[in-house]
Design a protein around this ligand. Structure first.
Ligand SMILES: NC(=O)c1ccc[n+]([C@@H]2O[C@H](COP(=O)([O-])OP(=O)(O)OC[C@H]3O[C@@H](n4cnc5c(N)ncnc54)[C@H](O)[C@@H]3O)[C@@H](O)[C@H]2O)c1
Length: 449
């Protein structure tokens, strides 16, 4: 099979989303700016893209796990000109059949080992339940394949370490990743934080609230644990690995260091009428050695607060998920106008009339500023994570490019390792109701405490 493409058709096919992504990155001051904020993006900079434009090979990709996320990747792969989906693998026949309708020419497998033994495959995308991320990744790296996988790296700390050690031994590309790392508004927002826009970062507050049971319809009880793998500890780390993994990565990215203590409380309080094993409510505090904290909260029985990755600074607040920032002293109103507003709002029993520079100490109305402007990013205050332009397609495209060039993405695996260990330690802190010091044996040189 000829897996080359002409440069002309490649440029015609270069998806609109990638163009807008590259344009989005242009808001940062040149390549050096982008790479200093997000080193894993170096292959997507204008200079690298110019080199890459002459490349006509296509990466031969196999997808292992053709369920919901896997099929989402398949749709994105259709827009990636330098990718060719040559094989599909799943142990659940209905999902494999659905996927093969999207790529009828792909070879079909039911055992991932056969995929890894196929010499005509450059890279594998793993979209299977968390419990199998580490075993498949380890086997794939041993087989000389490049690997892409998302969210938490592994189900246990030992597995995380084993994957990381294998990655260091191997020459292969490993994209263990969270799509926020490729989302322009996160990249730009982190750059603004580094530039001091919101002052001293005094804390971080991330949350994800949903109201749904997290259960999927299961055609036969025989498949309950396969279809509803998120609910069982053998295959899932629950809300922490499925949701918090993305958000905690953002926190370590912003902080540039790791919390040294973890404390938390969690429980199963609402969705109690089935056999699920994972908590539906989690509250975890991650404490850095200087006293700053990440406050992490998630539950799936009330959605009022939605989702946010919020960085709190002494001069402002960066709401990365919704794409807005707010400044503490942004208000052009004079102190006396603020005071009059407080009186009107009946805030004070005693009116502090003295003091010409009076300022409120608690929340007043804040003016939202877009982190990125342009029609792509108009989101009416809703999170755009999980919809178009959340970085998912770009990260996949970068991986396919890396399958051809063999170029690793700097720090991407390390960031995933940091986030995953925090998720797993959060679960441990909740399960044991204890404060945990980050264990020495799972520290890697990348981590600063
Ligand atoms: N934004 C994100 O990063 C994001 C979003 C959704 C899901 N995910 C991740 O994608 C993965 C899959 O999630 P999903 O919602 O698609 O689950 P899913 O249950 O819909 O799909 C998983 C598929 O893997 C198959 N599978 C299980 N074990 C297998 C094995 N050993 N070999 C081959 N196939 C196997 C299942 O049969 C199923 O078809 C999870 O790790 C999840 O965390 C990431």
């Amino acid at each position: 099979m000829d897996n080359n493409i002409s440069t002309q058709s490649k440029s015609q096919l270069l998806s609109e989303s990638r163009r807008s992504f590259l344009k989005g990155l242009g808001v940062l001051a040149g390549t050096a700016g982008v790479v200093s904020v997000a080193p894993w993006l170096s292959s997507l900079t204008a200079e690298k893209q110019a080199e890459w434009d002459g490349e006509t090979r296509r990466a031969r990709i196999a997808l292992i796990g053709t369920g919901s996320r896997g099929q989402y990747h398949l749709h994105n792969l259709k827009n990636i000109p330098h990718a060719e989906v040559v094989a599909l693998c799943d142990i659940y026949e209905p999902h494999l059949k659905e996927a093969s309708e999207l790529f009828p020419e792909a070879r079909l497998y039911t055992d991932y080992h056969d995929v890894l033994n196929d010499p005509d495959i450059d890279g594998v995308i793993i979209a299977t339940p968390l419990g199998s991320h580490a075993p498949i990744t380890l086997d794939a790296l041993d087989a000389g394949k490049h690997v892409f996988c998302e969210k938490a790296m592994a189900l246990t700390l030992d597995q995380c370490k084993a994957v990381y050690d294998k990655y260091l031994e191997s020459d292969n590309v490993l994209y263990y990743c969270m799509q926020r790392m490729f989302d322009p508004k996160y990249v730009q927002g982190v750059a603004m934080i580094r530039d001091g826009l919101i002052g001293d970062v005094v804390g971080m507050r991330c949350y994800w609230f949903r109201n749904a049971d997290w259960r999927r319809d299961c055609p036969d009880p025989e498949y309950e644990r396969l279809i509803n793998w998120r609910l069982y500890k053998e295959t899932s780390g629950g809300l922490m690995t499925e949701l918090a993994s993305h958000q905690l990565e953002v926190c370590t990215w912003v902080a540039g260091k790791m919390p040294s203590k973890i404390l938390g409380t969690g429980d199963l309080i609402h969705w109690t009428d089935d056999e699920r094993e994972v908590y539906d409510t989690c509250n975890v505090i991650y404490k850095f050695s200087d006293g700053r904290t990440i406050s992490y909260e998630t539950l799936i029985s009330n959605k009022f607060n939605g989702m946010e990755d919020q960085i709190l600074g002494s001069k402002g607040t960066m709401n990365l998920a919704t794409g807005f920032y707010y400044l503490e002293d942004d208000d052009s109103r004079s102190g006396i106008k603020q005071l009059l507003k407080s009186v009107k709002d009946d805030i004070f029993a005693v009116i502090p009339a003295a003091g010409p520079s009076w300022r409120s100490e608690t929340a007043d109305s804040y003016i939202p500023h877009d982190i990125l402007s342009g029609p792509t990013y108009v989101n009416h205050g809703q999170s755009t994570v999980g919809v178009d332009h959340d970085g998912s397609e770009e990260i996949l495209s970068a991986f396919c490019q890396a399958c051809i060039t063999g170029e690793r993405a700097e720090n991407i695996v390390e960031e995933a390792y940091c986030a995953t260990t925090l998720c797993l330690l959060g679960n441990l802190a909740m399960e044991t109701s204890s404060t945990i010091d980050f264990p020495e044996e799972y520290k890697i040189p990348y981590m600063k405490f």
